[in-house]
Write a protein that binds this ligand. Structure first.
Ligand SMILES: NC(=O)C1=CN([C@@H]2O[C@H](COP(=O)(O)OP(=O)(O)OC[C@H]3O[C@@H](n4cnc5c(N)ncnc54)[C@H](OP(=O)(O)O)[C@@H]3O)[C@@H](O)[C@H]2O)C=CC1
Ligand SMILES: CC1=C(/C=C/C(C)=C/C=C/C(C)=C/C=O)C(C)(C)CCC1
Length: 310
């Protein structure tokens, strides 16, 4: 197979950085990685992790998914504008009570997580259609399938991405273009620190006392515990690499089997009441069940790790 150009957005940290490095260090040298970031001053981490691959199988370019001009400039700089695989990874998180969040902060989130993806796809789709070849890989989330309290707007942005891709995928198929949505659960990246940092600045006086209490004393501690068993970005990169190298890539792929039961609840009950009840109980009624489930998840994770190591 010839070398494929892979353009990845949001490579200054986390999943984007890990994926760029993984593809660039491919033993079979199947990829030329165009690792992009909006702020080139943050390139050091990627340069160090890429090591010898730098300027051989990996090049760093500037790209802000919120600027059409920046996207065009980057894609035009690629010989023949040839993007064989687009990985739409750049994204922001946002948590908190809806009443405390400004419409302008929600628009910023959508501008990145949804319109950023749209801008990227619009830029490469006509070329891919002409070549009758290409793969669009999109970093969605389990929250693109299942909503979660205090993640209202973030989850909505990922649902929007899922709807966009599900609609486009059939047309893409006609032009031999593949589309894949990657759905990770919690991943231990800068994402986590950034959302907690932003959450600490929320003016909770914009919400009633009970809501503020639930957010601070139930959601935040639960969420922190959940992240202690989050995936590493390298694991998500490995999953994504498998999707990219697959001859017949799936349209949707969950990277963490621990979250399959939450999605199964949704699929099991079209009325939607089953997952709502389960989340309600887990959050408000069953502190002991939540902690016990977490213990079980940890055990399963340790077993899985042992299997991988042996
Ligand atoms: N971490 C998690 O738990 C999960 C994350 N995801 C998704 O994975 C993706 C990657 O997140 P993750 O690696 O965890 O988080 P990070 O915060 O580590 O990485 C996010 C990347 O997106 C970049 N970015 C933000 N805004 C823009 C923009 N306007 N233009 C270009 N790049 C931008 C950031 O750049 P900068 O450094 O300049 O801000 C950074 O490089 C996101 O789409 C996220 O929604 C999905 C499921 C779970
Ligand atoms: C609070 C809470 C939960 C927390 C889930 C979290 C915190 C998920 C985070 C997902 C992320 C960050 C996705 C990013 O795209 C559970 C386990 C569902 C159980 C019910 C209560």
């Amino acid at each position: 197979m010839s070398c494929r150009n892979v353009l990845i957005t949001g490579c200054s940290s986390g999943i984007g950085l890990a994926l760029a490095v993984r593809l660039a260090k491919d033993e079979l040298k199947r990829f030329k990685v165009i690792a992009t970031m909006r702020n080139l001053e943050k390139r050091k981490g990627l340069e160090e992790a890429a090591g010898e691959a730098m300027n051989k199988t990996l090049e760093i370019r500037e790209l802000d998914v919120c600027s059409e001009e920046s996207i065009k400039e980057c894609v035009n700089s690629i010989p023949g504008r040839q993007v064989d695989v687009l990985v739409n990874n750049a994204g922001l998180g946002m948590i908190g009570p809806l009443e405390t969040q400004s419409i302008s902060s929600m628009k910023t989130l959508f501008d990145t997580n949804f319109f950023g993806q749209v801008r990227m796809i619009k830029e490469v789709l006509p070329d891919m259609k002409q070549r009758k070849c290409g793969h669009i890989v999109v970093m969605s989330s389990i929250l693109g399938v299942q909503g979660l309290l205090f993640n209202d707007v973030y989850s909505a942005s990922k649902f929007a991405v899922e709807g966009l891709c599900e609609s486009l995928a059939v047309q893409a198929m006609k032009f031999n273009i593949k589309m894949s949505l990657i759905q990770p659960g919690p991943v231990t990246t800068e994402f986590e620190a950034k959302v907690y940092e932003d959450a600490a600045k929320i003016d909770l006086s914009g919400a009633d006392e009970e809501t503020a209490e639930i957010f601070q004393h139930i959601y935040i501690p639960y969420s922190e515990k959940i992240f202690t068993i989050g995936q590493r970005p390298e694991e998500v990169a490995e999953h994504t690499m498998k999707i990219i190298t697959s001859n017949n890539p799936p349209f949707r792929h969950q990277t963490n089997r621990l979250y399959a039961p939450f999605i199964a609840l949704k699929q099991a009950d079209p009325s939607g009441n089953l997952p709502l009840d389960a989340f309600y109980r887990l959050t408000f009624r069953q502190k002991r069940i939540f902690n016990a489930s977490l213990g079980l998840l940890r055990l399963l994770l340790r077993r899985k790790q042992k299997d991988v190591d042996s």
